[in-house]
Ligand binder design. Structure first.
Ligand code: ADP
Ligand code: ZN
Length: 711
């Protein structure tokens, strides 16, 4: 098996023009019959690594996958691309399982997805033995390791594969595995001299942003207002908050649902399904949401609370933008969240070593949130990658912090902490600095403190912003054990008593957008309008076929269609994700929609009706096909060509008229007074050159300066 065959299959069955980094090497190692372990981030493209061998080799590839809901979507996705695939798990009735087993036995299947339970169940081995298996792919392979976070006992029985089928290659794939887990996977599966493939965990299309956790709901509402119809997930720590936020969104007219372990199975399943099918835009979830979904067009992720470690954070934001199209993420952080985690962790601390590790991980999470240099660098370094450049797609890279001399601000803050003897937290400190008239402040007698009101010139928001920096840089510290009160540190003394300078990052107020009520019509660009129409068509098809919209076409495919505006098969094949089967099934509907849109909106797109005819010509249609497609008369299309030619556009005129015909026309027009009428010319040539050709030839002669129209 060779590269050429693999590449051809990639285009034919998946509509992709080239392999992503590492996919090709992995496929080759399978062709060589070797075992391998693959580490690739979510959305990195792991499936292609076994699907291409499955399609190009004879026999069946058996894919072990622990997530039943994913199995169905994956099989449907493959089928819509014309691949013979089935799945076997407990959700199928016995007779249905029989049918699948029969197909496997007959050698009808290119891929068979099985749950680990089914695979290791009594009586399944004889079936496997009778079938012609070309590859075992173990998805989510980290489930084999008791060290990992999703340990599945059945996975440990999978060693029988290598024992019973020593000659069939085994491919283990995962998105999360530290060194111990990797070793565990290799040992437990008894892989023989496996190749190790570790792809970069960078997901450059996902933007990273961290914001202080103040007025979070307001910020979220502002955000979703400008992300109309884009699917997103908001992760929260508490069940109560998921419901609260979902309700606030609903009240503003957004389609949003909560999702957490306390809701009934039915409600949860429905929420997940509606989200996958683009029927609900926003899910507000505890971390439990997302494992079982492959939806590729999740466009944004918001963390309402700080995740408890970078592994969780990265896994959760990784659910955005699997299609490779731009996706956004926002993380809100607050010291309150840190304090809650610290409490939970210490309460559940049975093992001190474990506790220390969790605390360290939480600290790394906090460092990420407080970082003043490229966040992607921090993330990827954490995951063991050497990533040195500035990514250009995180908030720090986009708005590098600007420093100013913040000594006076720092002195005011530290001196207030000093005078309050380290007994108050950030909020009360802010009140004191701003000279708040709150009853609680007066009751405590804080109005008598010397620094009371010394910081009136700054807003609440600004003070919180600067205090956070002072904490991050070690001039103040939070006592988590003691109500999160602020304490001075060793570093505070030189600032208070020796006038040491303190640089602080400038506060840049967020531009307050005009308050918009949902459904105020926004002016869409033609490209956005076309995208919307294609999205609607995708939704209709998805409903007719009972498959999720992202399996009809990914957002990436739709964007490609907007960009290339294909109106012929030949051009449609250039669209990323346009497999042969999808072109056959859906191509015409999408082309018709594109053409109809262009016909009615060409002016807005800065085009003329002529331009559309020219585009169709360039996409390989002849003139009568163009007339047909556009529902216009052939004469009109010829007139378009003549006009385009005069405008200097690239019209292949000599495809339609011969040199001799030009000569003939030139000859009879020499002695004519008036040459903007076709009929006299036609008659002078005794009808030997048809009207439409004369039209083109006149354009040519005029352009060459051989005749001039007296119009
Ligand atoms: P993973 O299993 O690693 O999370 P997937 O296999 O689901 O990732 O792939 C993520 C997305 O990338 C899918 O939409 C897939 O079709 C797409 N993809 C995979 N390989 C390629 C490729 N070579 N070119 C373009 N898109 C690809
Ligand atoms: Zn960056």
């Amino acid at each position: 098996m060779d590269t050429h065959t693999a590449k051809k299959a990639l285009k034919k069955y998946f509509g992709y023009g080239k392999f992503r980094p590492m996919q090709e090497e992995i496929i080759h190692s399978i062709y060589d019959g070797k075992d391998a372990l693959v580490l690739m981030p979510t959305g990195g493209g792991k499936s292609i690594c076994y699907q291409i061998p499955a399609i190009t080799l004879s026999g069946t590839c058996v894919v072990v996958s622990p997530l039943i809901s994913l199995m169905k979507d994956q099989v449907e996705g493959l089928r819509s691309n014309g691949v013979e695939a089935e799945y076997l798990n407990s959700s199928l009735s016995m007779p249905d399982q029989r049918v699948v087993e029969e197909r496997l036995f007959r050698g009808d299947l290119q891929l068979l997805y099985v749950s680990p339970e089914k695979l290791v169940s009594q009586g399944f081995l004889p079936f496997l033995k009778k079938a012609n298996i070309n590859l075992f792919a173990i998805d989510e392979a980290h489930c084999i390791s008791a060290w990992g976070h999703d340990f599945r006992p059945e996975y440990t029985k999978l060693k029988f594969l290598k024992q019973e089928f020593p000659d069939v290659p085994v491919l283990a794939l995962t998105a999360t595995a530290d060194k111990t887990t990797r070793q565990d996977i290799i040992q437990q599966l008894e892989l023989g001299e496996p190749e190790l493939f570790v792809a970069s965990f960078d997901r450059p299309n996902i933007s990273l942003e961290v914001r202080p956790g103040q007025q979070r709901i307001e910020q979220i509402l502002d955000f979703v207002n400008t992300h109309e119809d884009q699917a997103g997930i908001i992760y929260c720590m508490s069940r109560k908050n998921t419901e609260k936020i979902a309700e606030k969104l609903q009240m503003r007219g957004f389609s949003a649902l909560p999702y957490h372990a306390g809701l009934g199975d039915g409600i949860r399943a429905k929420a997940q399904e509606d989200f996958i099918n683009d029927k609900v835009q926003i899910i507000v979830a505890t971390i439990a949401f997302g494992m079982g979904i492959d939806k590729s067009n999740v466009r944004w992720i918001i963390h309402y609370n700080l995740p408890k470690n970078l592994e969780n954070y990265y896994q959760e934001i990784g659910r955005a933008g699997r299609d490779g199209v731009k996706a956004e993420t926002i993380l809100f952080y607050s010291y309150g969240d840190v304090s809650i985690y610290k409490d939970i962790l210490s309460q559940n601390a049975s093992d001190p070593e474990h506790l220390e590790l969790q605390m360290l991980k939480l600290d790394r999470m906090l460092q990420f949130a407080e970082a003043s240099f490229c966040r992607r660098q921090i993330l990827l370094t954490y995951f063991g990658e050497n990533f040195q450049e500035n990514c250009g797609n995180c908030d720090v890279c986009k708005n590098p912090p600007k420093y100013f001399d913040g000594t006076i601000i720092a002195q005011k803050a530290l001196s207030a902490v000093y005078r309050l003897k380290g007994t108050v937290g950030v909020n009360v400190l802010t009140d004191v600095l701003r000279g708040s008239q709150k009853k609680t402040i007066y009751e405590k007698g804080y109005q008598h403190i010397k620094t009371f009101g010394a910081g009136r010139d700054l807003s609440n928001f600004e003070w919180q912003f600067f205090l956070t920096q002072l904490i991050n840089t070690g001039f103040l510290e939070i006592d988590y054990q003691n109500n999160m009160v602020l304490k001075l540190t060793e570093a505070s003394m030189p600032v208070l008593f020796e006038n040491q300078k303190v640089p602080l990052v400038k506060f840049v107020p967020k531009k307050k957008k005009e308050k918009k009520i949902k459904y105020t019509p926004i002016e869409r660009t033609p490209a956005e309008m076309l995208f919307e129409e294609l999205r609607q068509l995708r939704r209709t098809i998805s409903q007719e076929r009972g498959i999720p919209p992202y399996l009809v076409f990914s957002d990436a495919s739709l964007h490609d269609m907007v960009k290339l505006q294909p109106m012929t098969d030949e051009h449609m094949r250039k669209i990323s994700g346009m497999s042969q089967r999808k072109l056959h099934l859906f191509g015409n509907q999408f082309m018709d929609t594109i053409l109809a849109f262009k016909n009615s909106h060409f002016r807005k797109m800065g085009e003329s009706s002529y331009d559309i005819s020219l585009q169709l010509l360039k996409q390989g249609l002849d003139l009568s096909e163009i007339a047909n497609k556009r529902g216009l008369a052939l004469n009109t299309i010829y007139a378009h060509m003549a006009q385009l030619y005069l405008e200097g556009k690239d019209v292949p005129l000599f495809r339609f008229v011969s040199k001799n015909e030009i000569k003939a026309v030139l000859k009879v027009t020499q002695d004519m007074e008036e040459i903007d009428k076709l009929k006299p010319i036609f008659e002078a040539l005794n009808g030997e050159v048809e009207y439409n050709k004369i039209r083109l030839i006149l354009a040519y002669l005029e352009k060459e300066g051989k005749v001039s129209k007296n119009s």
